[in-house]
Design a protein around this ligand. Structure first.
Ligand SMILES: CC(C)(COP(=O)(O)OP(=O)(O)OC[C@H]1O[C@@H](n2cnc3c(N)ncnc32)[C@H](O)[C@@H]1OP(=O)(O)O)[C@@H](O)C(=O)NCCC(=O)NCCS
Length: 195
């Protein structure tokens, strides 16, 4: 378990997997899936769980469930995949409860995953891509200290239009550490009523 200020990151177990059918079919998935509008059946969710979370299968990512400090499951945050040879980790985030967006929960979780990637997994670099209209992620990248490294032109098809996909990266030497970032961003614990 990775303990943060606003959230903890825990294994992506049953209490998260049970929400996936809802989370994969609401607008959070549209944002994290870069404009994908496919409805996902319960059978597809089950197949996804088997592929991703069955402990007998080899896997190349580290999925965490995001839990508020008062125990509410919010979504997924983690390493989608690792390139072990180059020591690079691709990160992903998907807060499935839209009313929690903009409250700092996803950012606290991201700080924890970056710290874990560098300190525990000895990664050299973390990176992610998003669609150019995802202002929340673009602001988050800037405040967390990622650099834009590329712009994949017209790379994603979103509701009939094509949009660019900016790619962001951060090297270990650029990471000031979890505690320093919490202070810089002014993240503060919230009492249950304000969650
Ligand atoms: C992306 C995500 C993980 C960020 O987590 P979060 O908890 O919302 O992050 P924050 O609360 O720190 O908000 C990030 C920034 O977006 C801003 N923001 C919030 N709502 C916004 C809105 N409607 N329009 C524009 N910016 C908005 C916040 O103000 C914040 O920037 P600031 O701190 O400079 O003001 C979360 O919003 C999410 O899961 N979204 C849906 C799925 C998704 O987009 N996944 C990412 C795919 S790469």
């Amino acid at each position: 378990m990775l303990e943060g200020v606003l959230v903890d990151l825990v294994p992506y177990g049953k209490r998260f997997q049970d929400q996936d059918h809802r989370w994969f079919n609401n607008e959070s998935r549209w944002w994290s899936g870069e404009g994908e509008r496919n409805f996902v059946s319960k059978a597809q969710i089950e197949a996804h769980h088997q592929e991703r979370y069955d402990s007998t299968q080899p896997r190349s990512g580290v999925p965490f469930g995001v839990l508020t400090k008062h125990g509410k499951p919010l979504g997924y945050l983690g390493i989608n995949w690792i390139s072990p040879h180059s020591r690079i980790a691709n990160l992903g985030a998907h807060i499935g409860e839209p009313e929690y967006w903009g409250g700092g929960y996803g950012t606290d979780g991201l700080l924890l995953v970056i710290d874990y990637s560098f300190r525990m997994l000895d990664m050299r670099k973390v990176w992610l891509g998003t669609m150019s209209i995802n202002t929340r992620v673009i602001r988050q990248m800037a405040k967390v200290g990622f650099k834009q490294e590329a712009l994949r032109r017209d790379a994603v098809h979103v509701d009939g239009k094509f949009y660019d996909e900016p790619i962001y990266g951060m090297f270990r030497e650029e990471w000031p550490g979890y505690a320093a970032m919490v202070e810089k961003l002014g993240l503060k614990a919230r009492p249950p009523k304000e969650e």
